[in-house]
Ligand binder design. Structure first.
Ligand SMILES: [Zn+2]
Length: 76
């Protein structure tokens, strides 16, 4: 196994990790509903991309609720 010859100094460690910070995601407001979301992606709240409806949000929500109900039935 390769073993480091010298202990990595605090300064070297900090210098290496200076580039490791995370940036906040760049969010834009939906033109239809005003909800914040990722740019160049369909809105997950209203299902619109620009002025076109591309996602069936209601059916997805119904599916999710049904799944939750099934989970709760399993518990009781
Ligand atoms: Zn929207």
């Amino acid at each position: 196994m390769a073993v480091p010859k010298k202990k990595t100094s605090h300064r070297r460690t900090r210098q290496r990790r200076a580039h490791d910070s995370l940036n906040a995601p760049n969010l834009v407001a939906c033109k239809k509903c005003g909800e914040m979301g990722m740019p160049h992606r369909a809105c997950t709240t209203c299902g619109y991309y620009g002025d076109k409806k591309v996602l069936d949000v209601e059916s997805g929500l119904a599916k999710k609720l049904k799944k939750q109900d099934n989970k709760e039935d399993d518990k009781s």
